[in-house]
Design a binder for this molecule. Structure first.
Ligand code: GDP
Length: 362
């Protein structure tokens, strides 16, 4: 008899061992013809019943320090679509000498034409700007079976018999990836760990046995305050978790023109030559072009209607950039606009969400 969650042989003797199920529970399940889960996997399955909590910044840093005390492989999952918003710049400082495998997830959202080699080089350069030097960077989509297998191989390769801690801020797809790993390893059809569009629902540290002595440990994410998701109504979270490949939209813009991204963000082309600016956002997010003059009044009048979706409890604040070379102006988590050459632009995002300028990805 095997646990259908983790594949371990079901046993009733060793409470701390793999596949443990109390004898009474085993008897009952066999009588009812229920599927057999070991106690550990049973708890994972009933994750949903625990009231959602999230880690505070302090707790998260303490968690990283705790991991630093173990000789382990750290798998840091980040979201390529919200790359700047999902990096943990204190990772190396707090986790000491442990190797880090960076997993850049949600590859399926980016245009297919973007080559993995180029993407990885760009990711490495960007990570280095934040002081991050991962041992390796793996580009994945949790929705792609081959990617999940490749990830499992990479983990096996880099862990060298050690425990594996999976860390990441909320919403990067960590639970989805871990579920896919479990499914892959065990052949189970059910989702074992809760995944959700709601940031901050991964709750406790959970261990998934890798072999007799070591485990893959899923850790709670931190709610990153700079994430756009916190200023959206639940039904609008789809805009920050695109499900399909993004179709870039290029606008030939004259100076003094403005683009609105629903009611969630705004981009002003202030001065420079007329040029094509490319917007990378969820395909369903309505982009509206208007004149810079009067744009603020226009926003106040039309937010939530023509400019939908609306923000929840937040207002847009402005940051100006002088673009010298091909750059992305990033609305953390929502998307970005590629500005090809010299221009002065302004970006508006909800107060508290970061806006950054970076070397163009594409
Ligand atoms: P966690 O908070 O890091 O555990 O994130 P979840 O696993 O709950 O995922 C957050 C959202 O991203 C969910 O809506 C997932 O369906 C979605 N997601 C996860 N992985 C991928 C991926 O590789 N591609 C895409 N397009 N969406 C993903």
């Amino acid at each position: 008899m095997h646990c259908i969650g983790c594949g371990a042989v079901i046993q009733t003797e060793d409470k701390d061992g793999l596949g443990y199920l109390p004898a009474g529970a085993l008897k009952k399940k066999l009588e009812n013809g229920d599927e057999l889960y070991c106690q550990r996997c049973f708890r994972l399955r009933h994750y949903n019943e625990i009231a959602p909590t999230s880690l505070t910044d302090e707790d998260f840093l303490a968690l990283l320090r705790e991991i630093g005390q173990h000789d382990a492989l750290i798998v840091n999952v980040v979201d390529i679509f919200d790359f700047n918003g999902s990096l943990i710049s204190s990772l190396h400082r707090l986790t000491g000498n442990n190797d880090v495998l960076m997993v850049a997830n949600k590859r399926d959202v980016l245009p297919k034409s973007l080559k993995v080699g180029k993407l990885t080089a760009w990711l490495r350069e960007q990570a280095a700007n934040y002081g991050l030097k991962p041992k390796d960077i793996l580009v994945t989509s949790a929705k792609n079976q081959d990617d999940v297998e490749q990830l499992m191989e990479a983990i096996e390769h880099y862990r060298r018999g050690r425990d594996v801690y999976v860390v990441g801020v909320t919403n990067v797809g960590k639970s989805t990836l871990i579920n896919a790993i479990i499914k892959n390893a065990s052949g189970a059809d059910d989702e074992v760990i809760t995944t959700s569009r709601f940031p901050g629902t991964t709750l406790d540290k959970i261990e998934i046995p890798l072999d007799r002595d070591t485990a893959l440990i899923d850790t709670p994410g931190i709610i990153h305050r700079g994430q756009m998701a916190h200023y959206l109504a639940p039904e609008d979270l789809k805009y920050v978790s695109p499900r399909k490949e993004i179709k870039p939209k290029t606008y030939q813009l004259n100076p003094e023109q403005t683009l609105f991204f629903g009611g969630l963000g705004r981009f002003d082309f202030i001065s420079g030559e007329r040029q094509g600016m490319t917007a990378y956002f969820d395909n369903e997010l309505n982009i509206h072009r208007t004149k810079l003059e009067g744009a603020t009044e226009f926003y106040e009048k039309h937010k939530g209607e023509l400019l939908a979706p609306a923000l929840v409890n937040a207002k847009l604040v402005r940051k100006e950039f002088s673009v010298k070379e091909k750059s992305d102006i990033v609305f953390n988590g929502l998307g970005w606009v590629r500005v090809p050459e010299r221009a002065v632009v302004a970006a508006w995002v909800p107060e508290g969400v970061d806006i950054v300028m970076r070397k163009a990805l594409i």
